[in-house]
Design a protein around this ligand. Structure first.
Ligand code: ZN
Length: 312
């Protein structure tokens, strides 16, 4: 298979078994699109198949695991990182192999705590549902709960950060590493976040973040009728909390495979971690019978948002 969904596939040639599945997926999607006759919301013209599918990058088959034998494919890699996840009380994420640092369960829990804070900040009492697929859980439901968390991050970080194009990278090590190395954070008390870290996080370049006064003003307006959030901290606290959370949550969103030191480049958490559209993911899982790395790898390794492969 040299192309998938109209885009060239890059890397290891795909195994015929995967080609057969992806062919079914593409046929299904093309038939669905033909029946929908979707309209481009901007122009009012019929939406092309490619635009409706929504892929922005060439699919790739590179790296280890099932990619080695062409039995796996990654989609929109720049927009769909390998994130930390939580299934029940287990924390999952990328296993980089012998040369990289695996985030400890505690470190992954710190990343997931950021998801929880973002979700709760937007709607008090909500927690992030980034667990593995439950028994018989429909793909559409899995997609929806991951997308909700991804959207929550986007909204949360928009209080303090400027907007950047989807798929763009941030070229500096996460400050959370500088604060304490690995383990990167072992104190999330308000005192720590509100006092100790401001020394560091206020140094995030102004090209990335909004002016402090503007950010604190919009946070204060958000807090005004939300006593539960006010009880956790004032606008000053939340300003630093959002900046610090940005530096924690982006650690596993690194570009490439985890190495022995802090990543030099990561995706931008403000752009979320899921750009793949629900109908595409559904077709891959339910028509193609593929595993989705986000939710089908098992509790210890879930979170590979870009990845689809043949079941063992
Ligand atoms: Zn992959």
């Amino acid at each position: 298979m040299s192309t998938f969904l109209g885009r060239p596939v890059v890397g290891t040639p795909l195994h015929q078994d995967l080609v057969d599945r992806l062919t079914l997926v593409e046929q299904n999607l093309r038939a669905t699109h033909a029946n929908l006759a979707t309209i481009d919301q901007l122009t009012g013209a019929p939406q092309s198949f490619e635009d409706w599918v929504g892929l922005k990058e060439s699919p790739t088959c590179t790296g280890g695991g099932l990619h080695r034998t062409g039995r796996a494919i990654d989609l929109d890699v720049n927009r769909n990182p390998y994130i930390a996840t939580r299934t029940g009380t287990s924390f999952g994420g990328e296993n980089p192999g012998p040369n990289g640092v695996v985030l400890t369960s505690f470190q992954r829990s710190q990343v997931v705590a950021v998801y929880d804070r973002a979700a709760d900040f937007l709607e008090q009492g909500v927690t992030a549902r980034v667990g593995g697929r439950a028994s018989n859980e429909p793909t559409a439901d899995v997609w929806r709960r991951f997308a909700a968390v991804s959207d929550a991050l986007t909204t949360y970080f928009a209080f303090c950060f400027r907007q950047f194009p989807a798929g763009s990278f941030l070229d500096r090590p996460p400050l959370a590493f500088l604060l304490g190395g690995l383990p990167f954070i072992d104190d999330v008390s308000p005192t720590f976040a509100g006092l100790a870290n401001r020394v560091f996080v206020d140094n995030i370049p102004t090209a990335e973040r909004l002016p402090r006064a503007d950010a604190q003003q919009s946070i204060a307006a958000w807090l005004a009728d939300r006593p539960d959030l006010q009880a956790k901290g004032d606008a000053d606290f939340w300003y630093f909390r959002v900046l610090l959370d940005h530096e924690i949550v982006r650690i596993p969103m690194l570009s490439g495979t985890p190495g022995p030191v802090a990543p030099l480049r990561t995706r931008r958490p403000g752009n979320g971690f899921l750009s793949l559209r629900p109908h595409l993911v559904q077709a891959l899982c339910d028509v193609g019978g593929l595993r989705w790395g986000a939710c089908d790898f098992g509790a210890g390794e879930n979170g590979d948002m870009m990845h689809f492969d043949l079941r063992h």
